[in-house]
Design a protein around this ligand. Structure first.
Ligand SMILES: [Zn+2]
Length: 277
């Protein structure tokens, strides 16, 4: 997901102040004093009888990483072979990106590493960790990546559950609001499930993530955990069938079931609250 930052100040004096602040931050980051820690400061966490190890750097991230991985493992199985995931913070974006308001990804997962932008808000941090850990666990247990809507929708669902868990520990209310302007970019069920790339405007990308999560929520509720995981495995193992075929063939979905799924992702549907557990 992209993080838009506005640079609205047009007065020259304000720009000079921002430029100086950006320069100082850049010098701090380039000097290696951004607080990202070294290997000595890493924490090692173990889950699922040692089948999942997380090396978290810097150590203070460990609390959020532990909560997020425990949450993710309530839905997704641990990898069959013992596996190690590295979790680290990215250095702050270069000052010129902040100056021009360019967006940067909040986080990314590649092979056995998750890298996140620094984030002071514990609930947002838990969301991003849960999201990326979902991608990692799905990739570890399946021969290929599932369709985009399924991979991202599940990652959003698990991110929301991790955020809810973090919110409970911080005793914060967590009403979620949908992304701005998503209704105008809303996709049909066929468009959502056929999407191979979520590029486009922030509103279009927001609509994609919002609707993918709603669709995965609806499928999880209908199928239950074990059958949802079976469905995920079918759509992540070549030869991959169309997304509807296993639902019709193995779980007896009919046209009215697909109409219900279409309603679940439609803009007229009331906003859900964060899943309780
Ligand atoms: Zn993602």
């Amino acid at each position: 997901m992209l993080d838009g930052m506005n640079a609205k100040h047009s007065i020259l004096a304000a720009r000079a102040v921002r430029w100086m602040a950006g320069l100082l931050l850049w010098l701090a980051a380039e000097g290696g004093s951004a607080g990202t820690g070294g290997p000595d400061g890493a924490a090692v966490l173990e889950f699922a009888d040692g089948r999942v190890r997380c090396v978290v750097e810097p150590g203070p991230l460990a609390g959020a990483a532990e909560l997020a991985m425990k949450t993710a493992l309530r839905t997704l199985p641990p990898p069959e072979a013992p596996s190690t995931l590295a979790v680290r913070l990215l250095p702050p974006p270069p000052f010129y990106k902040r100056w021009f308001g360019a967006g940067s990804p909040h986080g990314m997962q590649r092979e056995d590493e998750i890298a996140l932008q620094p984030e002071a808000d514990g609930v947002k941090l838990a969301f991003r960790l849960g999201h990326e850990m979902s991608h990692w666990l799905v990739a570890k247990s399946n021969p290929r990546r599932p369709p985009l809507w399924l991979d991202e929708g599940l990652a959003q669902r698990i991110g929301a559950q991790a955020a809810a868990a973090a919110g409970r520990t911080e005793k914060r209310g967590l009403a979620r609001t949908p992304p701005d302007g998503w209704e105008a970019c809303a996709l049909t069920l066929d468009e959502l499930t056929g999407l191979g790339d979520y590029g486009g405007s922030p509103a279009a990308s927001g609509a994609f993530y919002w609707q993918a999560e709603r669709l995965v929520d609806a499928l999880c509720e209908r199928l239950g955990r074990d059958d949802f995981l079976a469905y995920l495995s079918i759509l992540s193992t070549p030869p991959v069938p169309g997304w509807q075929a296993p639902l019709r063939g193995r779980w007896w979905f009919n046209d009215s079931d697909f109409e219900a799924l279409a309603r679940a992702i439609a803009p007229s549907t009331p906003n859900p609250t964060v899943p309780p557990k």
